[in-house]
Design a protein around this ligand. Structure first.
Ligand SMILES: Cc1cc2nc3c(=O)[nH]c(=O)nc-3n(C[C@H](O)[C@H](O)[C@H](O)COP(=O)(O)OP(=O)(O)OC[C@H]3O[C@@H](n4cnc5c(N)ncnc54)[C@H](O)[C@@H]3O)c2cc1C
Length: 372
């Protein structure tokens, strides 16, 4: 009989796992490196899909809470050419299957749904080792250890649990986001606010995949933008990101000639530009079954962003919990059932994520055909 599940990482994957386990009466402890839920800005809007993320929330019995945090109107989509010409302008008619929420609010719903003490904040895992017979020892940064009969790595891209199962490590995908925020956009950045519209904006230079821009209207009239640049890491090494003004000017120079209401997303940022290199695991990453341990989310299948990663992490968490609940007396059977579905699902998703990212630039509208 399963007594306790040890989860590393309180991201959306680990928390969905803990919550669905709780719904089925199975206790879990989540060890999280961050000191508190507020330790890091959980920026970003996520569209939660009716074919994966929302199904996970249904299993978590949290659909009502989810609906209460949906940001109305945010499924609107605009596509502009670099000179500001409107190529696509789809309003949010309320019938979309991908409602948008703030990541931090979604995480909070999950946190609020767990028994007090489930998440151990400020517990960074530094290593794990097998003890045999499906048991593992988790080593924490403060020197403490935890011994567990069921260990789940939900600790994201740079998972400390993954090395138990696989030699794979994330590699640079050849593209980097430069992230900016513009606050109180309607009053302080009206031209950029108009360009972004009510939901998401994409600006592509058709025929070149060297750079493009995505921006979202988040809650509180915040514009959140990602400048994507296809450059080697060494190119970014030549920019001093500790000097916000110089880094802004250098990134803006890559978009020279683009309409000012678009480049304002860089030049008028209220925050220093943040560099986010995109990494991915090999497509089809998998491992041989090892008793007592498995992975969910980015730890298992990190892929370039295409709007699926958080949804997949939640789906993994829910499905693993359901498998454990289905075979509470046979953990190996539960983990086998989970991984047999996980591997083909995540291989397909990773291949699609790579294809979508590669299509942008050559045929940006392929992305919207898929997105619907
Ligand atoms: C810029 C960007 C934009 C994105 N936009 C979208 C989007 O719009 N839609 C979408 O679906 N996906 C999006 N994604 C992908 C999505 O963010 C991830 O796929 C998703 O967060 C994965 O969830 P996870 O729970 O597996 O991992 P994570 O969210 O990475 O959570 C892992 C948790 O583990 C903790 N942790 C890490 N190491 C340790 C350790 N050693 N010890 C203890 N705890 C540890 C971390 O602090 C973190 O809380 C985006 C990704 C990026 C980079």
């Amino acid at each position: 009989m399963t007594t306790h599940v040890t989860i590393i990482g309180a991201g959306l994957g680990g928390l969905t796992l803990a919550r669905v386990l709780h719904v089925h009466g199975i206790p879990a402890t989540v060890y999280e490196a961050e000191a508190s839920p507020m330790a890091r800005m959980q920026g970003g809007m996520l569209d939660i899909h009716d074919y994966n993320g929302q199904l996970a929330l249904e299993e978590a019995d949290l659909l009502e809470e989810f609906r209460a945090i949906v940001l109305p109107g945010r499924q609107a989509t605009r596509v502009l050419a670099p000179d500001g010409t409107v190529l696509l302008d789809n309003p949010d008619d309320g019938t979309g299957r991908r409602p948008e929420v703030q990541r931090g609010e979604l995480r909070q719903i999950l946190l609020d749904s767990l028994p007090a003490g489930t998440v151990r904040w400020g517990h960074k895992v530094t290593g794990v080792r097998g003890l045999g017979e499906g048991r593992h020892e988790v080593v924490l940064a403060d020197g403490g250890t935890v011994v567990t009969g069921l260990l789940v790595g939900a600790d994201g891209a740079w998972s400390r649990v993954r090395p138990l199962l696989s030699d794979a490590t994330p590699e640079y995908f050849g593209r980097t986001f430069v992230e900016t925020y513009l606050y109180d956009a309607e009053t302080r950045h009206p031209a950029a606010a108009k360009a972004v519209g009510g939901g998401s904006l994409f600006v592509f230079d058709k025929g070149t995949s060297r750079q493009w821009i995505a921006a979202h209207r988040e809650s509180g009239e915040t514009l959140h933008a990602y400048m994507t640049l296809a450059r080697p890491l060494e190119w970014f090494d030549g920019i001093d990101f500790t000097d916000a003004a110089a880094a802004t000017a250098r990134i803006a120079a890559e978009f020279e000639g683009w309409a000012p209401e678009i480049t304002a997303l860089i030049t008028d940022s209220d925050t220093a530009p943040v560099l986010r290199p995109l990494n991915s695991l090999p497509i089809g990453h998998r491992w041989e079954r090892l008793p007592g341990v498995t992975l969910v989310g980015d730890a298992a299948h990190l892929a370039p962003p295409d709007g699926e990663g958080a949804n997949l992490a939640m789906q993994d968490g829910a499905e693993l919990a359901l498998a454990i609940a289905a075979y509470p007396d046979d953990i190996e059977r539960a983990l086998t059932a989970y991984e047999e579905a996980l591997f083909p699902r995540s291989a397909t998703a990773a291949a699609e994520a790579v294809a979508t990212n590669e299509a942008i630039g050559t045929d940006p509208f392929a992305f919207f055909d898929q997105e619907g």
